[in-house]
Design a protein around this ligand. Structure first.
Ligand code: SAH
Length: 220
């Protein structure tokens, strides 16, 4: 665990709030400072979201823990993570499951997340650049899906189609007052629980308009 006293305080608080000991252990294992831009590292163990560039934020650690707990992971799963951002949430999920496929529409964030994951010694996260609002059909269905951006009903519906029988999906709604939602698939039925209020950046359909253009072909 990080020797920063703030890390101890935050992890103790998470330990009191979260009932699943595997989630608490995963939070202890992943060094949040590695996923935060250098100038903000002194604040990395505060329970708050922080700017990671491109107008996006790394989520509050207690909320990451809560969302992980809601997914009820046992360790054998492949998790789909929509909205890689800093890669921190994916890193925590990677300690709780066999593999994480994490999608991000902004290439620059995905690249930085890859560097942070490597620095943390994590090698079971596959990063994909693209529009995660359609999920990842190549590997569907998933036992667990985590969405870290406010999800409109249409995207919720298409992502739920990629949920395996018995699978769980956790997401924030895109309503004026956002709420955390857990969906559980039971055959053709979806059981939907609306939980506490949260605040996330919106899920934006389509890939980043500012993606680098393909390199010109050589030898002309
Ligand atoms: N999980 C992140 C925080 C997520 S912030 C972390 O631990 O740091 C939400 C992220 O979702 C942003 O990086 C944003 O660019 C991304 N995003 C928004 N819409 C998306 C979409 N349709 N597909 C993939 N990523 C998306």
């Amino acid at each position: 665990m990080d020797s920063d006293p703030a890390a101890q305080l935050l992890l103790d608080e998470i330990g009191r709030r979260i009932g699943d000991p595997r989630v608490v252990a995963a939070m202890e294992e992943v060094p949040r400072p590695l996923f935060v831009p250098e100038p903000l590292r002194p604040d990395a163990w505060a329970n708050k979201p922080l700017a990671i560039g491109e107008e996006q934020t790394i989520s509050q650690p207690a909320l990451v823990a809560r969302m992980c707990e809601l997914l009820e992971l046992k360790g054998h799963e492949t998790v789909l993570d929509v909205g890689t951002g800093s890669g921190y949430h994916a890193a925590v999920l990677s300690r709780l499951a066999a593999r994480v496929i994490s999608i991000e529409r902004r290439p620059a964030l995905s690249q930085r997340a890859g560097e942070a994951l490597t620095a943390a010694g994590i090698n079971n996260v596959v990063l994909v650049i693209g529009d995660g609002s359609c999920g990842y059909p190549l590997n569907a269905p998933f036992t667990a899906i985590n969405v870290a951006a406010a999800t409109p009903p249409g995207a919720e519906e298409s992502l739920a189609r990629q949920l395996a029988d018995g699978g769980r999906m956790v997401l924030p709604t895109a309503a004026k007052v956002q709420r955390l939602v857990r969906l559980r698939r039971n055959g053709n039925r979806l059981i939907r629980e609306e939980l506490e209020e949260v605040a996330f950046v919106p899920l934006v359909a389509g890939q980043d308009a500012f993606s680098p253009a393909p390199l010109p072909s050589p030898g002309r």
